[in-house]
Design a protein around this ligand. Structure first.
Ligand code: NDP
Ligand code: GDR
Length: 360
């Protein structure tokens, strides 16, 4: 039985990857960080009681900023594969917490690579680094592929640039099987609520059932190549199953603006939005003339990535991979799931309980 260790197992991608690896018969170990509230909601369906014999899914405490915890877990587990998904992954937040982001995302990656090397696992443990299309930032070429030059535009992207190159360096210096998946945006019903797609599907659903009046967004005109996290989890596994370690761009090759995402999500729950105004005055109105979408400049970023569009031809050819879930299906799945949750909240409301409402 192969052993895999996933950092960031409690995140969106970690939850899909853990389920995938368990279905393939792996013994899956995950690192979760200490938090004052439960932070395992996304993987609770995979949980196995620690008292069970022959558990296949095991969680360990650890933190990307704490070398000793990472060394301890890697030494104990002796994994065949490590998937490094843990990160402070929010681009806007990285402008607020640049040093922490560098520590967790850049130096955290180095800590894991060093642990593999120092523990004598360089010949055994395969390493996957969650790299990102944010590396392309101010794009130098469209569509972006493996050979496109990088131009990071946020503390997050700069930290991930370090992580990208340190992964390449350990591969070349120590012969480690280490590779970067340069993944474009991928979403799902368990996407974090403050990323734009989930914020839209959650916000519109709550407006639909009367729990919220307006959805405040930032740049409505930035364009992204959005795929489904379930498809991308399979890709992460495939990258560690090759003869030789290589870096791959993963994308759908289709691009939409934030405003197009809003329009499609709205149409799926029978809402139509009429747009008026421009820039910070741009607003979306419903059929009765209520303003349901508005721009709030506090969501603008000091430096923005205006447009991203990936070319995943290398992955298609070498790995036989291609996304199965299209944009329409992705948006439908997300908004239907959030509408369900909003309807549950209405019931809770009706029975006199307060429903937490956040517009972030
Ligand atoms: P999430 O934000 O959903 O998950 C991040 C995970 O990292 C969570 O489990 C989080 O724990 C954990 N984490 C954060 N900081 C630390 C820390 N200091 N120590 C230990 N764990 C930590 O991200 P995604 O699942 O969406 O993304 C996975 C990875 O892929 C990230 O590295 C991201 O940067 C990268 N990426 C994501 C893309 C996307 O579109 N989703 C595209 C390209 C790259 P907790 O649950 O406690 O917060
Ligand atoms: P991104 O995702 O920055 O691409 O990083 P996000 O969903 O945060 O933003 C996408 C685009 O939408 C614009 N936007 C808003 N964004 C947020 N979060 N909230 C808003 O209200 C809002 N309004 C407009 C943003 O300006 C941006 O242009 C994601 C993360 O998962 C990274 O970890 C990952 O590396 C990249 O995708 C690929």
């Amino acid at each position: 039985m192969k052993k895999a260790l996933i950092t960031g197992v409690t995140g969106q991608d970690g939850s899909y990857l853990a389920a995938l690896l368990l279905s393939k018969g792996y013994e899956v170990h995950g690192i979760k960080r200490r938090s004052s509230l439960f932070n395992t909601q996304r993987i609770d369906h995979l949980y196995q009681d620690p008292h069970e014999q022959g558990r296949q899914f095991v969680l360990h405490y650890g933190d990307m900023t704490d070398t000793s915890s990472l060394v301890r877990v890697i030494q104990r587990v002796q994994p065949d594969e490590i998937y490094n998904l843990a990160a402070q992954s929010h681009v806007a937040v990285s402008f607020e917490e640049p040093e922490y982001t560098a520590n967790a995302d850049a130096i955290g990656t180095l800590r894991i690579l060093e642990a593999i090397r120092i523990l004598g696992l360089a010949g055994k443990t395969r390493f996957y680094q969650a790299s990102t299309s944010e590396l392309f930032g101010k794009v130098q070429e469209t569509p972006q592929k493996e050979s496109t030059p990088f131009y990071p535009r946020s503390p997050y992207a700069v930290a991930k640039l370090y992580a990208y190159w340190i992964t390449v360096n350990y591969r070349e210096a120590y012969g480690m099987y280490a590779c970067n998946g340069v993944l474009f945006n991928h979403e799902s019903p368990v996407r974090g609520e403050t990323f734009v797609t989930r914020k839209i599907t959650r916000g519109l659903s709550r407006i639909k059932v009367g729990l919220q009046k307006t959805l405040f967004l930032g740049n409505l005109h930035s364009r992204r190549d959005w795929g489904h996290a379930r498809d991308y989890a399979e890709m992460q596994w495939l990258m560690l199953q090759q003869q030789n370690p290589e870096d791959f761009v993963i994308a759908t090759g289709e691009q939409h603006s934030v405003r197009e995402f809003v329009d499609l999500a709205a149409s799926k729950i029978d809402m139509t939005i009429e747009w008026k105004g421009e820039g910070v005055d741009e607003r979306g109105y419903d059929r009765t003339g209520n303003c349901i979408v508005a721009v709030d400049p506090r969501y603008f970023r000091p430096t923005e990535v205006d447009t991203l569009l990936g070319d995943a031809e290398k992955a298609r050819k070498q790995l036989g991979w291609q996304p199965r879930i299209g944009f329409d299906q992705l948006v439908t799945e997300m908004v239907m799931s959030d509408l369900d949750a909003a309807e549950r909240d209405v019931l809770v409301h009706k029975h006199g309980y307060k429903v937490f409402e956040s517009h972030e």
